[in-house]
Structures are given as structure tokens and as C-alpha cells.
Design a protein around this ligand. Sequence first.
Ligand code: AMP
Length: 192
Amino acid sequence: MRICVYCASSAKIDQAYFDATEKLALEFVHSDIEIVYGGGATGLMGKLADTIIDNGGKIKGIMPKFMNEVEWAHKKVADFEFTDTMHERKARFLVDIDGLVTLPGGTGTLEELLEAITLKRLGLFAKPIVILNTNGYYEPLKQMLEKCVREYFMMEKHLEMWTFVDHPEEVVPALQSAGDWDGGAIQFATYR
Ligand code: AMP
């Protein structure tokens, strides 16, 4: 399996987020899962890559050239792809993967996640999306998405596009048990 992970660049966040990321990275290595991520060396991105590399796992970074020029690329990640733009990078994240995992993060992580959900809703991306809700970090997002459905901005069926889990040990099982997403999703993308 090849999984894309979106996560924070910030190094200043609570230790609990680093601990959960380390546990998840070990789960990936033990399950022989290859990781694709943003290529950063700081925050949860750094913790994810360090743990995977130190334990013999496989990880690839995808980063726009301008970030490499300011030396944001993780020095120990051997497999790298550099894109011209942020948009191109985001598109590359979703190619040739079997699923997507989002850990706590800031606006970069949020917009990457919401774009993937939007593409899935339109039938342009069909893989499982698992959101790790460490310390209830994503509770407001969960409520916002449910509000979208409750107030008819989205349909009940759209709740099947993602899975929130509380603990790192639940991520791989959630990826494996996620149901197939309907290839005809464009037919029910919105209320008319
Ligand atoms: P955030 O969740 O806001 O920290 O955003 C994570 C995303 O922000 C990454 O995918 C990158 O687009 C970008 N980013 C911000 N800072 C860095 C960094 N130091 N190294 C790599 N990517 C970064």
C-alpha cells in the first residue's frame, strides 16, 4: 500500500501530537506501507520522516522547488519529486496512492484535506480518507462537516467520504476497512 500523509510543519505544537505521529509512523513501517508526504523536516512532517527512515521504512517527499531553495526539504529523505507550483504538488500527492491520512496541522494541512474531500465528492478521487483526531484536535472540523450535512449543503452519503479516528493504531485498520467510493459520485455531488 502507498499512503499520502498530510500534517503540520510547526515544531511548537504539543508533544502529544509528536507521540501520535511516531506511533503511526511505526504502524506504517510494520505494515509495509510506503508514505508520500510534503517533504518537510520540521514539525509532524519531520517526526514522520525521521521515524520511518530510522526504522527502515519507505518515504517519498513531494515539494515545490521554491521550498527546496529555502532548504525546507528533509535532508535524509532520498526519494524526492520537485514541482513547479503548489497546485502541481497537491495534484501529485493524489496520484498512485491507495489512501490519504491527515494528522493535525494548520492551514496547509486543512486546505490539502478539504481539496481531497472536494475532489472525492466530485468523483475525481476515490480513495479512503482517514483523519487522526489526536486530543480531539479535529472536533471543530468534524462538527463543521456534520453541519454542512445537517443544513443540506451536502448529503448524508457524503459523510462516508472520510473516517475520523482518535488513536494512531486505528489508522491502518480504518484505511483497510473503508468502503469503496462510488465512481458515479458526480451524480449526487449536490442537491438540485
Ligand atoms: P501546515 O499544516 O500549515 O503546517 O502546512 C503543512 C503544509 O505547509 C505543507 O504541505 C507545505 O505546503 C507547507 N509548509 C509550511 N512550512 C513548511 C516547511 N517548513 N517545510 C515544508 N513544507 C512546509
